[in-house]
Ligand binder design. Structure first.
Ligand code: NI
Length: 177
């Protein structure tokens, strides 16, 4: 299970909507998912979408607070008002999650406004249906990863000062070798 190279912002694959997987049981899909788990774990990520490793297919993996899995051809049903910012334990304290991305290096973070609840459906690599109900951080992770499959990055969802700060940080990354 090789660790794959994580594509960084500026790479067109991150901005290209991914295609549906035609045969989820294809052994190449199984291998890709195993490699994505290895890559996500190596990077200490909580989610990874196939376009982030250069593959334009609708697949992502996640590992959030004890929930771990992979989904092929995901659909998300969102509920609750948008404008929710997930919270998690940090250093023993309940804190707002500063959303980031393995494809956006450097000090560029949220918070990003999300829906508080999500129901994820799709199939696994044996073709069996998957259904995961999620809230809080896991729900936000699912929204972040499905965004990747549509060519959207979390920075696109920042507003106001947060967006200006992020753009400034990204410009300084571009000029740093
Ligand atoms: Ni990401």
């Amino acid at each position: 299970m090789p660790v794959l190279t994580i594509r960084q912002i500026g790479d067109p694959v991150l901005r290209t909507p991914a295609s549906a997987v035609q045969d989820p049981t294809d052994s190449r899909i199984r291998t890709l998912i195993a490699d994505m788990f290895a890559t996500m774990d190596h990077a200490s990520g909580i989610g990874l979408a196939a376009p982030q490793v250069g593959i334009g297919l609708r697949i992502f993996t996640w590992d959030v607070e004890g929930s771990r899995g992979a989904v092929i051809n995901p659909q998300l049903e969102l509920s609750g008002p948008p404008g929710f910012v997930p919270r998690a334990e940090a250093d023993g304290q309940d804190a707002v999650v500063r959303e980031g991305c393995l494809s956006v290096r450097g000090p560029v973070h949220g918070p990003v406004s999300r829906h508080p609840h999500a129901v994820l459906t799709g199939v696994d690599e044996t073709g069996q249906p998957i259904r995961e109900e999620a809230e809080n951080l896991l729900a936000a992770c699912f929204q972040h990863e499905v965004d990747h499959l549509d060519g959207t990055l979390f920075i696109d969802r920042l507003t106001g000062d947060r967006r200006r700060e992020a753009m400034r940080a990204l410009r300084s990354l571009e000029t740093t070798p």
